[in-house]
Design a protein around this ligand. Structure first.
Ligand code: SF4
Length: 391
């Protein structure tokens, strides 16, 4: 059996492999380094490199696999440990964490993002329920690194069990508090979190740093603690399976799966498909993308969802995109999957262009889209597919 380590699992360019075909590798061994912006990549298994292509390293697994792993180098510098471990934003963004944390917040805020706002995903909340201390310790490390004076955990009140365990722990933490997010999508957007927790309205394109804050996903904080306390590189990922999979219909979490494993392994572990089934979606329903059974687990993969077969829709289709939801290419892919022809496209009226990219003015405070729907109809659309959060 083989695993495939993608050379680009982060914001930035692909990493450069530092191993050769035929070389034996150990679990935790560094196998690729960034070339500019990026993060280290380590082997998640014991095995032999059988192929290196432009975008991946293929490793054949040894029969015997041990829990032991090669530790990252010892250092007193926690930011250096985070860099060595190859940590990136595990919520899906994939921004290299050592660069994000390299800031002086001057008494500002570190916020753990526990919104997990894409429907069906549950792995962040599961980590909190099972090991809330790791989130608190992660916040403390990042507060120390970035010179922050206050830590918050941003979570939805509906996650009662997770909220309860966190609130209990926070009773003895004078500088860390639980704060609630509204139960909507996209509550986990960084600008929404800054607005809801700190009352600061960031403009499109502005980062949380402008509000003296760093926001980090729960699993990223878990990886920070493992790197600092156990010298562990990022070699596993937490995932949720859901949808038309037999034993995962309402969402099943599997923690710590080796990066690089084909996702079909976990679909099989959950009893394979409920038939008829349709597309595999990687990520959440709003921002997920098309996947295949042999797609490897990466540092940013959270959800493995299986949908219904696409309905047959041969009428003319208009697509309406949202910055925080599905965008034009994905909506077109869905339309084509249904057998339809896209005749017109537009975007939510709150999307404005900043530095060549369309961004939302007010994420989560969504307008009606009647005017956009009428314009798509005028251009010949008989049905509309929308990626907008509301409406
Ligand atoms: S305002 Fe528009 S672009 Fe922004 S989140 Fe809502 S639907 Fe999406």
């Amino acid at each position: 059996m083989n695993i495939e380590l993608l050379l680009k699992q982060h914001v930035g360019g692909p990493c450069n492999p530092i191993v050769k075909e035929g070389e034996e590798v150990k679990k935790g061994q560094l196998v690729a380094e960034p070339n500019g912006l990026g993060a280290n990549i380590h082997s998640s298994v014991y095995g032999k490199v059988v192929e290196i292509t432009e975008d991946r390293i293929v490793i054949e697994l040894d029969k015997e696999q041990s829990e032991e792993y090669v530790r990252i180098k010892d250092t007193d510098d926690n930011l250096e440990a985070i860099k060595e471990a190859g940590i990136v934003g595990a919520g899906g963004a994939g921004f290299p964490t050592h660069i994000k944390y390299n800031a002086d917040l001057d008494g500002g805020y570190v916020i753990a993002n526990a919104a997990e706002c894409e429907p069906n995903l549950k792995h962040n909340i599961k980590v909190i329920e099972e090991n809330p201390e790791i989130v608190i310790r992660g916040i403390k490390y990042v507060m120390e690194i970035s010179n922050a004076s206050k830590g918050y955990i941003a979570i939805k009140a509906k996650n009662e069990k997770a909220v309860k365990v966190l609130e209990k722990l926070c009773e003895r933490e004078k500088d860390i508090e639980v704060k609630f997010l509204p139960n909507m999508y996209p509550a986990g957007d960084e600008r929404v979190i800054v607005r809801e927790l700190l009352g600061v309205e960031l403009k499109p394109g502005q980062l949380p740093l402008e509000a003296k804050s760093i926001i980090s996903n729960v699993e990223t904080l878990k990886n920070v603690v493992l790197a600092i306390e156990e010298r562990k590189p990022v070699i596993t990922k937490d995932i949720t399976l859901a949808g038309r999979i037999k034993d995962a219909h309402d969402g099943r979490v599997i923690l710590d799966v080796p990066i690089g494993m084909p996702i079909v392994n976990y679909i099989e572990e959950c009893g394979r498909y409920v038939e008829p089934h349709g597309e595999i979606v990687l990520g959440g329903p709003f921002t997920g993308r098309h996947g295949e059974e042999n797609t490897p687990v990466s540092k940013t993969l959270g959800g493995i969802l299986v949908g219904m077969p696409f309905p047959n829709e041969t009428r003319k289709i208009g697509v309406l995109e949202c910055e925080c939801g599905a965008q034009k290419d994905r909506l077109k892919e869905i339309a084509e999957g249904m057998g339809g022809e896209v005749v017109a496209s537009t975007r939510c009226k709150r999307m404005t262009e900043v530095d060549g990219r369309y961004r939302c003015d007010l994420p989560g405070i969504c307008p009606g889209q009647a005017e956009k729907v009428l314009s798509l109809k005028k251009q010949g659309a008989e049905v509309i597919i929308t990626g907008t959060c509301e409406d």
